[in-house]
Design a protein around this ligand. Structure first.
Ligand SMILES: Nc1ncnc2c1ncn2[C@@H]1O[C@H](COP(=O)(O)OP(=O)(O)OP(=O)(O)O)[C@@H](O)[C@H]1O
Ligand SMILES: [Mg+2]
Length: 329
């Protein structure tokens, strides 16, 4: 059965203008998200994950420019929308986001339930205040916070509760697609686990499509149906989650998976493989495959332009690599 796609991205390029030149933060990304699935986006710091996430809501910093590409959401080209229509009908109402570091983004001077009620008001002016508060309290219940806590201020919440409140805020207008940028980072392991369970439950109950961004691939392993591996502004591998863990084809993916052993997985700890070096500066990325300076399998062809293109390597498994692991001699 063919599932409908909620989002289709083609050849997206987003460059930041800086005084030193253009930072090519997203540089030729293709991505598909099927309705009702959760898709992970993994990669080291600075590889463009947040930039890509922000572009789904057209919330890029002012020096960030969409240089090329298209983004089709529910059959409509997002970038063709008039800004006013997008603001009123799509952003938050259809696509919402839990921002990186969001748990500190609650306004300290307003009660938590009032902040959620305000988010509802932005898109639905028909509801009266009492009704909006009722919805806000129900949302708190949905994210496992005692609704009575709604009349408290953010500083009275723990970090995990604040992050739950941000999730409630992202759900305020009943969106179809939610982008969660590092939703569990900076929280202890037990709270991380609870939040992942919550997100998984919400996805099923509300039939959400989810994009989960994390540098921690073990978080994504628990939460996602598919995984995109991003390196230096590009997606280098894409597959179903179990397939990519069982059979990583890109050498970067292999390194990432080995670098984040799960507590239960002692065998993987022993096979720990460290990816040497650091990601490139995106002002002036390497020629050819951007990973070649760090890649154990790089040959001359990897250093030369053009870069390797994404190609099908197994069932529903794509990789952008000249020498994927399965084809090594
Ligand atoms: N406003 C900006 N102006 C110029 N460069 C920027 C701006 N925002 C981000 N960048 C650069 O764009 C690249 C991608 O940044 P981005 O924040 O998208 O990465 P990330 O993968 O989310 O990293 P992290 O894991 O640290 O959150 C980086 O090189 C970063 O320095
Ligand atoms: Mg980020």
């Amino acid at each position: 059965m063919m599932m409908a796609n909620i989002l289709e991205i083609k050849d997206l390029r987003i460059y930041y203008e800086t005084k030193n030149g253009e930072v090519k933060a997203v540089d030729g990304v293709d991505m598909v998200i099927e309705k009702g699935t959760s898709v992970g986006l993994a990669g080291e710091s600075g590889c463009g994950k947040t930039t890509l996430g922000l572009s789904f809501l057209k919330l890029l910093p002012t020096n960030g420019k969409i240089v090329s590409g298209s983004m089709i959401f529910d059959g409509e080209d997002i970038y063709a929308y008039d800004e006013k229509v997008f603001r009123e009908d799509i952003r938050w109402a259809q696509i919402s986001m839990i921002f990186q570091g969001a748990m500190n983004a609650l306004n300290p001077v307003f009660k938590v339930e009032d902040q959620i009620a305000e988010a509802i008001k932005l898109h639905d002016k028909s509801k009266r205040k009492k009704e909006r508060l009722e919805i806000a309290r129900n949302l708190l219940r949905t994210v496992d916070i005692d609704p009575a806590m709604g009349s408290h201020y953010p500083h009275e919440f723990s970090g995990g509760m604040r992050q739950r409140a941000m999730i409630a805020m992202a759900l305020a207008c009943d969106p179809q697609l939610v982008i969660a940028d590092e939703p569990t980072t900076a929280l202890d392991v037990i709270v991380q686990k609870q939040l992942m369970d919550l997100l998984r439950r919400l996805k099923d109950e509300m039939n959400l499509s989810l994009v989960v961004i994390s540098h921690d691939i073990s978080v994504l392993a628990e939460l996602c149906d598919y995984l995109n591996i991003m390196y230096a502004g590009r997606i280098v591998e894409w597959a179903e989650i179990t397939e990519i863990f069982r059979n990583p084809q890109h050498h970067y993916t292999h390194g990432l998976i080995s670098t984040f052993p799960t507590i239960e997985d002692e065998e993987r700890l022993e096979k720990f493989i460290y990816i040497k070096g650091a990601p490139p500066n995106l002002l002036n990325p390497p020629s050819g495959c951007r990973f070649h300076p760090r890649c154990p399998a790089a040959t001359d062809v990897c250093r030369q332009d053009p870069e390797p293109k994404m190609r099908l390597i197994g069932e529903n498994h794509y990789v952008a690599c000249h020498h994927p692991r399965g084809e090594e001699q």
